[in-house]
Design a protein around this ligand. Structure first.
Ligand code: 5GP
Ligand code: ZN
Length: 120
């Protein structure tokens, strides 16, 4: 199978179920992708063990980044399906550290998937 996320060489975190690695085109410093080892397309295909492992990874990486990068917040998101913006069809969770001033007005956060509706 020709999948970039099935052949990541140097993860920054791993366990029996998941790996995590830096996004190649980060939106902020530390933008990380957490993926199940199993090639499944989206969140809805994950089993319970994988979902628990993803949650552990998010928490472990948050603790690590809190120390090293000292962000002021995080966005956590999954694009499921082409219509939702997904481009790599191996399930992945975006963990995006956020820094004060990285955008002029962050209000609305993930509502920005529909840019005209981000602010409310
Ligand atoms: P999606 O749009 O599917 O939710 O996210 C795909 C993500 O994968 C994007 O943020 C993109 O920057 C990242 N990406 C694409 N190709 C590569 C790659 O070869 N290596 C890594 N580490 N990230 C990639
Ligand atoms: Zn894959």
């Amino acid at each position: 199978m020709d999948c970039i996320f099935c052949s990541i060489a140097s993860p920054i975190y791993e366990d029996a179920y998941v790996i995590a690695f830096f996004d190649a085109y980060p939106v902020t410093t530390g933008h990380t992708l957490i993926v199940p080892r199993r090639h499944v397309p989206d969140y809805f295909s994950l089993n319970t063990e994988e979902k628990r492992a993803i949650d552990r990874a998010i928490l472990a990486l948050k603790r690590r980044f809190d120390q090293s990068l000292k962000p002021a917040g995080y966005n956590i998101g999954i694009n499921n399906g082409k219509a939702a913006g997904q481009t790599v069809f191996h399930c992945h969770v975006h963990l995006i550290p956020r820094y004060v001033g990285d955008v002029s007005d962050p209000r609305g956060g993930v509502r920005g998937v529909i840019p005209s509706k981000q602010k409310y």
